[in-house]
Design a protein around this ligand. Structure first.
Ligand SMILES: [Zn+2]
Length: 54
């Protein structure tokens, strides 16, 4: 962990919906966890249907 660089540039996120690597957009904004907002929506919907509190 290099604290002199932004967390985003060091994070490689994997989309839990389709297992694809999610490219982080440098600059402002939060970390991207899903490849698309729709994938995040679908993933959370599916997890809630299975009873997970996401
Ligand atoms: Zn995805």
């Amino acid at each position: 962990m290099d604290y002199t660089k932004s967390l985003k540039s060091q994070t490689v996120a994997t989309c839990p919906h389709c297992n694809a690597e999610v490219a982080q957009v440098p600059g402002r904004g939060r970390l991207r966890l899903y490849c698309t907002p729709d994938a995040g929506k679908a993933y959370r919907q599916r997890m809630r249907a299975l009873g997970f509190p996401v």
